[in-house]
Design a protein around this ligand. Structure first.
Ligand code: SF4
Length: 343
């Protein structure tokens, strides 16, 4: 499959009163056209910063792109002007945020908000869209995201809709330009479990109807298993492991991925086996210690782990892990290798 998006050694910092917060410290990941990638990890690991950096959503001066590249269809987005980025945002890359209540305008009917997206971005075939066309497209989009009686819903305000319906409206707005890439940042976090499943099904069906690639940002391994084909596990501002969803669930290699899986319920585990949280706290972003960001919480820390950031050890193009356990001549054989080799 051709590559749609490639992040290579992406480094992004924020300047705070306490000093430079190194939010991304060399992120590598790729997304094939038509594929679905989940970025998973605990709060503060850099998932949302990665997504917002791709969209270049940080206002000038707020974020400092320290290095690396974000190649979209072969073009480095970091070299584009703000005007060129505006053409890509919304028209080619769309984003769905976690909380639709803060993303939708509470004073404007939802139909009008969808129409505004259609009128602003035009259609992919022709840029001229009349108000009548935009209204028809808005009705079609509301129907497409499973909202019954779209004629009535068009005139309603966000507060008239349930949380699930508001998220569907957000997805309708994001899909209004038939984007090549949809980035969904924790799209189901604020929803109850049945609505979560409906939203994930909706995203999957929209993907199969068009050829939209999807990046889902989540801390929920259930969402990952439901929607993703590829997974990038982030920790401390880097992707510590990437592979297919089967690789990450059944053949994980990074100690942080082992910890994540031990901390969630799995059907293939005895039901009386307790869940084990990962002890400790995420690493400091300001003046982070040299070496592996997981070293302070890892059961396998070696002297080399404090010496420098582990490089990516790769097995083919799509499978890689940043951990010294996979370095040449590593003397440690973790117990989890045995456990997961039989999973
Ligand atoms: Fe643990 Fe070292 Fe691997 Fe980091 S590099 S995860 S500290 S073994």
């Amino acid at each position: 499959m051709p590559k749609l998006l490639e992040l290579e050694d992406l480094r992004v910092s924020f300047h705070t009163y306490a000093g430079e917060a190194q939010a991304l410290r060399g992120v590598n990941l790729t997304l094939d056209a038509g594929d679905t990638l989940a970025i998973v990890g605990e709060s503060g690991c850099g998932k949302t910063v990665t997504a917002q950096s791709v969209m270049r959503l940080y206002p000038k001066g707020a974020a400092d792109y320290k290095g690396g590249s974000i190649r979209y269809k072969g073009e480095d987005l970091l070299t584009l002007s703000e005007r060129q980025m505006r053409r890509i945002r919304g028209r080619e890359i769309s984003m769905v945020f976690q909380d639709p209540m803060t993303s939708l305008n509470p004073t404007v009917p939802v139909g009008k908000q969808i129409m505004e997206g259609v009128l602003k971005n035009g259609s992919r075939e022709s840029k001229r869209v009349t108000r009548r066309d935009a209204r028809l497209r808005a009705l079609e989009l509301l129907e497409g995201v499973g909202i019954a009686d779209p004629e009535t819903r068009m005139g309603q305000y966000p507060h008239n809709l349930s949380g699930g319906m508001r998220q569907r409206v957000m997805i309708a707005i994001a899909m209004s330009c038939s984007p090549d890439l949809l980035i969904a940042d924790e799209p189901t976090t604020a929803l109850d479990v049945t609505v979560q499943a409906q939203i994930l099904e909706l995203m999957k069906s929209l993907q199969s109807r068009g050829n939209t690639s999807i990046i889902v940002i989540t801390h929920n391994m259930g969402v990952v298993a439901n929607i993703a084909r590829k997974v990038a596990v982030m920790y401390g501002g880097v992707v510590v492991e990437r592979g297919t969803v089967e690789d990450i669930f059944f053949r994980p290699r990074h100690p942080y991925a082992w910890g994540l899986l031990r901390s969630v319920f799995r059907l293939n585990k005895p039901k009386d086996e307790p869940l084990t949280p990962i002890d400790g706290t995420p690493p400091e972003l300001i003046d982070p210690l040299p070496g592996c960001p997981f070293a302070e919480r890892c059961a396998y820390t070696m002297r080399v782990c404090a010496s420098g950031m582990p490089p990516e050890f790769a097995w083919g193009e799509a499978r890689a892990c940043r951990c010294w356990l996979y370095g040449p001549g590593c003397p440690v054989i973790p117990a989890e290798w045995e456990e997961y080799s039989h999973a």
